[in-house]
Write a protein that binds this ligand. Structure first.
Ligand code: FAD
Length: 413
C-alpha cells in the first residue's frame, strides 16, 4: 500500500504547531495534518507555560510580535470562530519593577506607547493605589537572608494595562478545535520517526507504526524535541537550540493579601509571578539566566521542582507581597522550553532543505508569540492575508540571519 498524502505535515501539536494549522486553515483549503506523539495535548512546553502575554521586550520587532498577538488574545472568540472558547485573556496588567532610574522607566514607557501599547508610567503612590498589596521596594537583596535588608521604595514603575496572561491549555484546546473545524486532521499518539529527504527536498515523514505520509511541506514544530527532527531531516544549522529545564513554584494566595495582584516582573527579587486563573494561588518563576538548566533530555528530566529552588525563591514573593502569610509548603514543578543560546529569538521559516521549515527555539516567549508567528507562516505558505495578520516580516527570525546583538539572554530579554 502506498503512503497517504497531504499538502502540509506539521510535526508537533503544541501551541506553535496547532496555531500554524489554524492560521493556514482559516485562509486556504490546503490539506493539513498535525502529528502529535502525546496521548493528550500540551505534554510539551505549552502544558507547563505561565502564558504571560506581556509586550515589553528589548527588540522592537519582538514588542510588535507580542502586541499583534495581544490583539488576538483580546479577540479570541472572533479569531478562533468559537462561540464559547475555553481560554481567555486575564488582562490584569503587567507591573514592571525593573529599573530604579526614572529616566529609563519613562523611556521604556514611551517606547511601548509609540507602538500602540496601553502602557503608563506611575509614581509609587499611584502604583500602590492600583496594587495595594504590592511593596514598592527596589533595593536588591540576598534571598538567603544572610545579610540584612532594609526596604526603600522605588520612584517610578511601568504598567502595561491591556494584557496579563492567558490560560495556556485553554488556548491550545481552542486552537485545536478551531483547526479541526477548519478541516485540519489532528492525530494524537502519532510519532514521527523520520523525515524523508530526496535530492535536497523533503517529501514526507515516516511514522512509528511504519506508515508514511507524503507532503509538499514538512514543518518542524516539535518544541524541545526540535533538534531530533532536524537531525532526521539532515538539516545543518548553526543555531544552538537547548532544551532547558525551568522551574515554577505555586503558593496559595489567601484573601488577607490585598487585591488586585497583577503580573509582576520583579528585578530586585529576580523573579516574575502572577495569580492563577481562579485568583487563589500564585505561580512564580525565575527571571535569572543562572536558573535555566540547559541541555535537558526532553524524554528524561526531573519534572519536580527542587526543594532548594523553592526554599530560596519563595522569599522574593514574600518580600514583594508583605501581607502574604508564611504558612504551608509551597508546591512546584519543572518543564522545558527551548533556548536559542545565540540570541534567545526563535528561528522561523524555510530552510536550506526545500519543503522543510522550522519554527523552533522560543525560549520563554513562545506562548505569547504563537499566534503572530503562525500568521507569518500562513502568509508565507498561502500568500493570502487574513484578519488579525501581523506586518512584522518573518525574515527577522529567519534561519539565515546573523544572531541579533543583545545584552540580556535571560527570559525577559
Ligand atoms: C515553565 C514555563 C513557563 C513559560 N512561561 C511563558 C510565558 O509566561 N509566556 C510565554 O509566552 N511563553 C512561556 N513559556 C514558553 C512557551 O510555553 C513555549 O515557548 C511554547 O509553549 C512552545 O510551544 P511549542 O508548540 O513550540 O512546543 P511544545 O508545546 O513543546 O509542542 C511540541 C510538541 O511536539 C510534539 N512532538 C515532539 N516530537 C515529536 C515527534 N517526533 N512526533 C510527533 N510529535 C512530536 C511534543 O509531544 C509536543 O507536544 C514558558 C515555558 C515554560 C516551560
Amino acid at each position: 500500500m502506498g503512503n497517504e498524502t497531504a499538502d502540509i505535515v506539521i510535526i508537533g501539536g503544541g501551541i506553535i504547531g496547532m496555531s500554524i494549522a489554524h492560521q493556514i486553515a482559516r485562509r486556504s483549503s490546503l490539506d493539513i495534518v498535525v502529528l502529535e506523539k502525546g496521548a493528550g495535548l500540551g505534554e510539551g512546553s505549552t502544558g507547563g507555560s505561565s502564558a504571560i502575554t506581556r509586550q515589553r521586550y528589548t527588540q522592537i520587532e519582538s514588542v510588535r510580535v507580542a502586541r499583534d498577538g495581544n490583539v488576538i488574545w483580546r479577540n479570541w472568540s472572533e479569531y478562533t470562530g468559537l462561540a464559547d472558547p475555553v481560554g481567555r485573556l486575564h488582562d490584569i496588567g503587567v507591573l514592571w519593577m525593573m529599573d530604579d532610574d526614572p529616566g529609563a522607566v519613562a523611556a521604556d514607557g514611551a517606547r511601548l506607547v509609540a507602538e500602540g501599547i496601553d502602557a503608563v508610567v506611575v509614581d509609587t503612590a499611584e502604583m500602590q493605589r492600583m496594587f495595594p498589596g504590592v511593596s514598592a521596594c527596589m533595593v536588591p537583596f540576598d534571598l538567603t537572608g544572610e545579610t540584612d535588608h532594609v526596604c526603600a521604595d522605588g520612584v517610578s514603575f511601568l504598567v502595561e494595562r491591556d494584557t496579563g496572561f492567558f490560560d495556556a491549555t485553554g488556548a491550545l484546546l481552542d486552537v485545536a478545535n478551531a483547526a479541526k473545524a477548519g478541516g485540519v486532521d489532528v492525530r494524537m499518539r502519532t510519532e514521527v520517526v523520520d523525515v524523508i529527504v530526496a535530492g535536497g527536498r523533503a517529501t514526507g515523514v515516516k511514522l512509528a507504526d511504519g506508515s508514511g505520509i507524503d507532503a509538499g511541506l514538512v514543518i518542524n514544530a516539535a518544541g524541545p524535541w526540535c533538534n531530533r527532527i532536524n537531525v532526521m531531516a539532515g538539516l545543518e544549522t548553526p543555531w544552538d537550540l537547548a532544551p532547558t529545564r525551568i522551574q515554577v513554584i505555586y503558593r496559595d494566595l489567601p484573601s488577607v493579601v490585598p487585591r488586585p495582584i497583577p503580573v509582576i516582573a520583579d528585578a530586585p527579587g529576580g523573579v516574575y509571578f502572577r495569580p492563577e486563573a481562579g485568583g487563589g494561588q500564585i505561580i512564580l518563576g525565575s527571571i535569572l539566566e543562572e536558573d535555566e538548566i540547559e541541555d535537558a533530555d526532553p524524554d528524561d528530566y526531573n519534572a519536580a521542582a527542587d526543594r532548594a529552588f523553592i526554599d530560596l525563591k519563595i522569599h522574593a514573593l514574600h518580600h514583594r507581597l508583605p501581607d502574604l502569610p508564611y504558612v504551608g509548603i509551597p508546591g512546584g514543578m519543572a518543564s522545558l522550553y527551548t533556548v536559542n543560546r545565540q540570541d534567545v529569538l526563535p528561528i522561523v521559516g524555510p530552510t536550506s532543505i526545500e519543503g522543510f521549515a522550522v519554527v523552533n527555539g522560543f525560549s520563554g516567549h513562545g506562548f505569547k508569540e504563537s499566534q503572530t508567528i503562525a500568521s507569518m507562516m500562513a502568509q508565507w505558505i498561502t500568500r493570502e492575508r487574513a484578519v488579525f495578520d501581523t506586518d512584522v516580516p518573518m525574515s527577522f527570525f529567519s534561519i539565515d540571519r546573523e544572531p541579533i546583538e543583545t545584552e540580556d539572554h535571560n527570559v525577559l530579554a
